[in-house]
Design a protein around this ligand. Structure first.
Ligand code: ZN
Length: 158
């Protein structure tokens, strides 16, 4: 929700095949179009849609990451490994896949308005993480500290 202007995601006919990165899925914001960055986890060969598989999982994850302005971790952080996106991993992007991406028609062009993504995220909030460490904030911690903050401060973790 770092975007201020309208955003729209769309794909052109892929006839059910996976398509190379950036070739057939685009994001347009404020009238400017660019290929959607493929953040690879399940499907190195590309995005797909219209069923609940690995290409759709990567499409769902890449759309959410783009919409929220999130990049994968580059280094290990606590429970997370490089490539993880703590805010949306752990089920959230799979839920978006089942709710939206799997219902697109496989061989047809599609559009997902940013408002649809926003509504999904309001109903299914991303994990709240420390902005510095991107670790989940310790439950009940009124100051919003994470385990990384505790380590730095030498606080004993219960
Ligand atoms: Zn922290």
């Amino acid at each position: 929700m770092s975007e201020s202007g309208p955003v729209q995601y769309y794909g052109v006919s892929a006839r059910g095949r996976r398509v190379p990165q950036g070739e057939r899925v685009f994001v347009e914001r404020n009238g400017r179009r660019e290929p959607l960055k493929h953040i690879v986890r399940h499907s190195p060969t590309g995005f797909s849609w219209g069923y609940a598989g690995s290409g759709p999982a990567d499409l769902a994850r890449s759309i959410l990451a783009d919409y929220l302005g999130l990049r994968p971790l580059e280094v290990r952080s606590g429970f997370y490994s490089p490539g993880d996106i703590p805010e949306i991993d752990g089920g959230l992007y799979q839920k978006f896949k089942f709710a939206i991406v799997a219902h697109l028609t496989m061989s047809e062009p599609w559009i997902i308005e940013g408002e649809v993504v926003g509504a999904f995220l309001r109903a299914n909030p991303p994990r709240q993480v420390c902005p510095k460490h991107r670790e989940p904030i310790t439950p009940g911690d009124p100051l919003g500290y994470c385990i990384g903050c505790d380590d730095e401060a030498g606080r004993t973790v219960a």
